[in-house]
Design a protein. Structure first.
Length: 373
């Protein structure tokens, strides 16, 4: 009798859909000066529906956003080069209020031109901005009220690459702390390097690691990257040659174990990679192609870390600069910068493949998607 009841209960749980949850999604955009730049949406994790809450925050080119682990604060870059005589961009701190509304706390200068990425340390105490045109990193402290300190360190990268249009000098494109918070990795598209820094508690927050950088193939242009959950692998998407490079930690050093293309073999046009994310369970890796206008889906082998391309799926828009996976892991959302829209895809859990839901929301020049998780 007990066995029968358990079987009936199992069938009931399979048939009855889980209750839908709604998550806040923040969208950073490119603006024309100070304007409504950060938009707030409600996302239904059963239907995939996006609803604009119509409580935008004014900002200037907030092209990348990050949210504190405490869920109390949001930080945005101001991707400009004219905030002072040093060709500086800026970073802004916002308090997350009830129902997701943002209230500005303060601004700080990056003392580097066109910051295009911002990240926080795991303890929410340090913030790093990557200044693309400046080719440098700006380091700040986060104060107890969530505000940003004045810049405490600037690290200037040096060098160039073989692609004149994109690599005439260093181009810091992203920087992220590892899960321990003891190291910072920074992708520089202009010099084909992933820099590695140790995080200190002293007056100088970042110092070069014993392995100060990982060199990539000339002209590859490392842009963004993601970590495996166990910290053994880093997946770097290369903008200029449309590839993903897999890095594995051997003892104290990182080594390349694979580089794989993100485009179909028969594609002949021009395309540039942008963003990359691992699925929460680590079985799949997704990367975006601008030009081919697709998401490349890779199956990941957990022991070797290597990838196998299983499909490329149209983003149903133009120029997928950024994308994200929702907190339930069931949907992938794409910010299509040039077609001014956000498109929603359902993730098939067994295969990792994507299916367009038909949901497309208009948004002017979306550049970054961040869920409040």
């Amino acid at each position: 009798m007990k066995l029968l009841i358990l079987c009936l209960l199992s069938i009931f749980l399979l048939v009855v859909p889980a209750e839908a949850k709604k998550h806040l999604l923040y969208v950073g955009t490119y603006t024309n000066g100070m304007a409504d730049g950060i938009f707030v949406y409600s996302f239904n994790d059963q239907s995939g529906k996006l609803t604009n809450l119509k409580i935008p925050a004014v900002s200037n080119n907030p092209s990348f956003l990050t949210i504190s682990k405490s869920k109390k604060f949001l930080y945005a870059v101001g991707e400009v080069d004219n905030l002072d005589t040093n060709k500086s961009g800026g970073v802004s701190a916002f308090r997350i209020e009830k129902k997701g509304k943002l209230t500005l706390i303060n601004h700080a200068l990056t003392h580097g031109a066109n910051p295009c990425h911002v990240s926080l340390s795991p303890d929410d105490k340090k913030l790093v901005a990557s200044n693309y045109s400046g080719g440098n990193l700006s380091v700040f402290h986060i104060l107890s009220d969530g505000s940003i300190s004045d810049m405490v360190q600037r690290i200037q990268h040096e060098g160039s690459g073989p692609v004149p249009k994109s690599q005439s000098g260093p181009r810091a494109h992203s920087a992220r702390f590892d899960a321990s918070g003891k190291r910072l990795f920074a992708a520089d598209l202009g010099i084909d390097e992933l820099k590695i820094y140790n995080v200190t508690s002293g007056e100088i927050p970042l110092v070069p690691d014993a392995q100060p950088f990982i060199k990539f193939a000339p002209g590859s242009g490392p842009r963004h990257f993601d970590f495996s959950a166990d910290g053994r692998y880093i997946y770097v998407i290369n903008e200029l040659n449309s590839t993903i490079t897999v890095l594995m930690r051997y003892g104290g050093d990182w080594k390349q174990v694979q580089t794989i293309r993100t485009l179909p073999k028969d594609f002949k046009g021009e395309s540039w990679c942008a963003d990359i994310h691992l699925s929460a369970d680590g079985r799949f890796v997704y990367g975006s192609n601008r030009g081919h206008n697709s998401i490349a889906v890779f199956k990941r082998e957990p022991n070797s870390g290597k990838l196998e391309l299983i499909e490329t799926v149209s983003v149903e828009g133009n120029w997928p600069r950024n994308f994200t996976i929702d907190p339930s892991g069931r949907f992938l959302l794409v910010a299509n910068q040039k077609s001014n829209d956000i498109t929603v895809f359902k993730i098939d859990q067994p295969s990792g493949k994507l299916a367009y839901t038909g949901i497309k929301v208009e948004n002017q020049s979306p550049a970054c998607l961040q869920f409040l998780k």
